[in-house]
Design a protein around this ligand. Structure first.
Ligand code: GUN
Length: 285
């Protein structure tokens, strides 16, 4: 058996066609172009690639984007001041500060300084709380991208054993909430989990987001499982690989996401959706 490939690139392309049509209709009705500000501090090459992709996709969706590329030495106060200006800038409806930030900057303070109404990453505590409650406007981008992929391939988490490996604020925790809202039975594993293979082997749906190349091996996966790989790591041949051993697991999973081209493009598509939502709320819609 060989797994069905969950093609995030293709699904994203399809979703972007709908988002672009929505943006065009919104512009025609209100005269407002949804605007996204992307802030990058320092010169991390991976972050640079992500930021370039976000700007490019905003353009494809007929949105406006503005980049702020700040030097590594930028102080927390300077960054908060910029965010405050963007919070009051009517051309900007979504603000994204690329993570990770330099060590001298407290990310939690930065994420809290973004107006919850412009927080298209859904990292502000108010939006995090709303995700917990299930009444959110902004989708947590990566977890929502995973849910959209599951939906596209007809995989309903209801009643299923959903195991998440990784407990980050960006992926693991909000992913658990979204799967729970959809009636999955959710387990979150992390570095201190005992007998990890025993837990991952229970999964009907396995979501892996720990940032360790090929950490999940075929013996840790049940036959016929759906395997979602959120990891993006450099591999030994100068390319990229995920957190799961794709070549081996692909032989026993029912569905699997590739890296690249699986979850990554979906994350950016969800960001576009959130930016349009922010602009709609700004226009009173
Ligand atoms: N770095 C990696 N993923 C993300 C994301 O979704 N948002 C932000 N701001 N930074 C990231």
């Amino acid at each position: 058996m060989s797994a069905v490939l969950m093609d995030g690139k293709e699904v994203s392309k399809k979703m972007r066609v709908d988002i672009r049509a929505d943006v065009d209709a919104f512009k025609a009705e209100t005269g407002i172009t949804p605007g996204l500000a992307v802030v990058i501090i320092g010169d991390d090459p991976a972050s640079r690639v992500y930021v370039n992709n976000k700007k490019k996709r905003a353009g494809h969706c007929h949105m406006y984007s503005r980049e702020y590329a700040l030097p590594e030495e930028t102080t927390q106060e300077e960054l908060v001041k910029l965010i405050d200006e963007l919070n009051h800038d009517d051309e900007i409806h979504g603000i994204l500060v690329q993570h990770p930030m330099p060590k001298h900057i407290d990310e939690s303070i930065i994420f809290r300084s973004i107006s919850p109404a412009k927080d298209v990453d859904a990292f502000h505590p108010e939006n995090v709380g709303r995700i917990m409650n299930g009444n959110f406007d902004f989708l947590p981008c990566t977890p929502a991208g995973v849910m959209a992929l599951l939906d596209e391939y007809g995989i309903d988490p209801k009643g299923k054993e959903c195991v998440i490996v990784g407990r980050s604020n960006i992926v693991g925790k909000p992913q658990a909430m979204l799967l729970l809202h959809r009636h999955g039975t959710v387990t979150i594993c992390h570095s201190r989990t005992k007998n990890l293979p025993e837990v991952t082997k229970r999964a009907d749906i396995l979501v892996v987001a720990i940032g360790k190349a090929k950490f999940i091996t075929a013996d840790m996966v049940k036959d016929g499982a759906v395997v979602i790989d959120v990891g993006v790591n450099p591999d030994s041949e100068g390319g990229l690989c995920g957190d799961v051993d794709f070549a081996e697991i692909e032989k026993k999973a029912s569905f699997i996401t590739p890296v690249p081209g699986g979850v990554g493009p979906m994350t950016i598509t969800m960001l576009m959706k959130n930016t349009l939502t922010a602009a709609k709320r700004f226009a009173g819609k």
